[in-house]
Write a protein that binds this ligand. Sequence first.
Ligand code: SAM
Length: 389
Amino acid sequence: MSVAVASNRLERQKVRIRPVEAVAASRPSRRLSRLKAWFQRNVVEGIFLRRQVERFFLVFGGHIFFQTLDAASRFDLFTLLKNHNGMTRQQICEELGIEEQPARIMLLGLVSSGMIKKRGEVYKNTRMANEVLCSDSQTNLLPYIALQRHVMYKGMPKFYESIKEFRNCGLEEFSGDEPTLYQRLAHDPEVEEVFHDSMSALSVQTNKILADYVDLSGVKSLVDIGGGDGTNIITLTAKYPKLQGRVFDLPTVADLARAQLAAHPNAARLGAVNGNCFEDDLPTDADCFLLAHFCTIWSPERNKQLLKKCFDALPSGGRVVIFNMMQHNDETGPLSAAVGSPYFLTIATGEGMLYTWNEYEQWARESGFADVKQVKLPRDHGAIVAIKA
Ligand SMILES: C[S@@+](CC[C@H](N)C(=O)[O-])C[C@H]1O[C@@H](n2cnc3c(N)ncnc32)[C@H](O)[C@@H]1O
């Protein structure tokens, strides 16, 4: 090796060899950067971002998780799991007559989205699944899942167009030329039945809340505007033995309600009136109008118009009860309000949404009601009770 080459090599090595003091000084900063990397991996990526990314997957793949839930509910898998108090995959396959691989895919979707649990090799229902996903549960929401399948999945792909045009473009998927889904349902008895079954499943869940928490003890005659098949008034008249209850709804729906109510033991106190609440007069012999899951359908202007109409038809001391899920006053949620609102724009009427507590209270006051109370209720529900002086 020539002297020049050797000294060149030494020069290069010198560059790489760092003085002892420099190494010592860099130790804390290396430790710091290792700590930073650990924090980034375990805390930022592992906890905060992971949660956000999981949320993203739930939203981005919402339609896939829904299909997983829908498939499982059509197999009545949740009832099976409840009745067996948990099952292995092999047992599930044998019971349902399906192959391992598709069963694995369905079960993975259900476990990862939190619909059921997996403990070792055993799949079990969550408490929520026992309550709302088993066909033998009194409070099951299976008809509501069927509504998603038959109505929401048909119309909701037009959400983008509906936002741009501010009209219910998704309604084009349903036969008829009327402006709302409720009127068009009369053309399709099968979907109409799915719709009313789902409303009544929802009412079974929620009208118990209404009966338990909203005091109607002074009321003699209640008219449930848009009362559907009469599930609400059945519950309320059962709680209040002197209460008379009537549904006020579109003709085909009022007919449906009449048939159901006639067979009820309290039939003498129950009835149905045909009517369109915006075009026809409201009964003037009622001392309470119930607007249950009804104001969400309409624009603020129509709701004010309806509240004023109720105010004019009521005697002094009469009241209106608005009952539905409420949006937070600061417009940040809850999820139930966010997931419920697009349907009213895209399919139902092209104008409604789940409004805030304060909006309802303000409309009631503007309509003439002086005594207005907000009643907070379970499951994101609320009631506005407005009394005429
Ligand atoms: C979302 S459902 C609510 C059903 C029931 N109130 C409940 O709490 O489950 C809306 C109801 O309003 C009725 N409806 C729609 N437009 C109406 C109108 N203009 N006048 C009266 N009822 C109407 C529908 O037929 C349907 O029964």
